[in-house]
Design a protein around this ligand. Structure first.
Ligand SMILES: [Cu+2]
Length: 219
């Protein structure tokens, strides 16, 4: 079939419009530093668009491991509805639980791969612990926002291909007093890669330390 020339023109214009739309997205790099200006890692960064945008694809499952009698990662950011597998690759068995309102659960004492993941179906902050090892603590930040993550050792999180527009940025860490848990700022994104930074206002508490000494008696 041959298309009349004006139809071809319309198709070309349509193609051009789609390309333009795809181009008006950019990466967002957020840097978080502590009061001394050092990189702050394991900090949750959330980017919420102020207008509706098409959301990125999400992993079907997330994982929080247990190593050296600690949760790894210490802080995990997930989208609401994501199942999380609490693997236990430690040398000892653990009994993971949460009393937090967005998700209460308890996994019977286990080692290795748990029978089922835990689905976090409500947004909010969930603290997890172990019934046997009181020093173990981890956090899940469950969010409805389309872009989120945690900072690496360099204090940086990068969101990929955020459509142009206005966003609210929030950062959260369990290592600040509760009333200072959220720092917020607004940012406008265009078609250029954009940077934002947060400097936390108060000193962070130390993270719980892993216990590597295998001589500690345990079961
Ligand atoms: Cu344990």
């Amino acid at each position: 079939m041959r298309l009349p020339s004006h139809h071809i023109e319309v198709l070309l214009l349509l193609g051009l419009a789609l390309c333009t739309q795809a181009a008006s997205a950019a990466d967002l790099t957020v840097r978080v530093s502590d009061v001394q200006g050092r990189p702050a890692h394991n900090v949750v960064v959330v980017a919420t668009p102020k207008a509706a945008v098409s959301a990125p694809g999400r992993p079907a499952m997330a994982e929080m491991d247990q190593i050296d009698r600690q949760f790894s990662p210490y802080v995990l950011a997930i989208h609401t509805g994501t199942p999380v597998l609490f693997a236990n690759n430690d040398s000892v068995a653990h009994q993971v639980y949460s009393f937090s309102p967005p998700k209460r659960f308890e996994l019977a004492l286990y080692h290795g791969r748990p029978r089922e993941p835990v689905v976090f179906d409500r947004p909010g902050i969930v603290t997890v612990g172990c019934n046997i090892h009181d020093n173990m603590v981890g956090y899940l930040y469950v969010t409805d926002a389309p872009w989120f993550g945690t900072t690496g050792d360099d204090g940086v999180w990068t969101g990929r291909d955020l459509p142009a527009g206005e966003y609210e940025l929030q950062v959260w860490t369990p290592l600040l007093p509760p009333h200072e848990w959220l720092h917020t700022q607004s940012i406008a994104l265009g078609d250029q890669a954009t940077r934002a930074s947060f400097k936390l206002k108060r000193a962070l508490r130390p993270e719980p330390v892993p216990i590597k000494d295998k001589r500690v008696r345990d079961y």
